[in-house]
Design a protein around this ligand. Structure first.
Ligand code: ADP
Length: 156
């Protein structure tokens, strides 16, 4: 490979960003020159938290680390990769169902875009049960979720 900057995007809904997401990004840092955390949205579907809030929480949790940027995008993830010049698409794997889902997407992405390589990191065992969906359910019922969120991130 040339000495071109190695840019990965880490796409997701991050509704909200959890300690599991943060761990994947931190562990991927040595592999890339830059990681762009890309919050995908669909203007027809309303998320649980507003997109600006999700973005601000992620930025706060990395506290100005200059290798990390946070963007929002709409549309195909591979199109966004081209837009920002990313050659790698980073995803986390927790379970075999994550694997099956991710395999199909990565193989389809490869069919339409030969130049983008998907890279997977296995979740750390202690973060395997953490998902944004479950965190949202706990919030809806008024319980404390702080142990599942990056340090200092406060849901108000
Ligand atoms: P999506 O809506 O695309 O599934 P998510 O925001 O749920 O996006 O997740 C983004 C990425 O982070 C996915 O690759 C997902 O598998 C991964 N991920 C989510 N939770 C965890 C976790 N606890 N540990 C490791 N990876 C995770």
């Amino acid at each position: 490979m040339s000495n071109k900057e190695r840019i990965a995007i880490f796409p997701g809904s991050f509704d909200p960003f959890t300690i599991g997401h943060q761990d994947i990004v931190q562990r991927a840092l040595p592999l890339f020159d830059r990681i762009i955390i890309a919050i995908g949205f669909n203007s027809d579907k309303k998320g649980f938290f507003p997109i600006d809030k999700r973005k601000a929480w992620i930025e706060q949790s990395f506290n100005g680390n200059e290798k990390i940027e946070v963007h929002t995008y709409e549309g195909l993830t591979v199109d966004f990769c081209h837009k920002v010049g990313a050659q790698f698409l980073l995803r986390g794997l927790r379970t075999s169902s994550d694997f099956e889902y991710e395999r199909a997407i990565a193989q389809m992405n490869k069919k339409i875009n030969l130049d983008i390589e998907s890279v997977f990191l296995l979740t750390a065992p202690e973060y395997t049960p953490i998902s944004s969906t479950i965190v949202r359910d706990i919030i809806r019922h008024g319980a404390d979720v702080s142990e599942f969120l990056p340090k200092g991130m406060i849901i108000d």
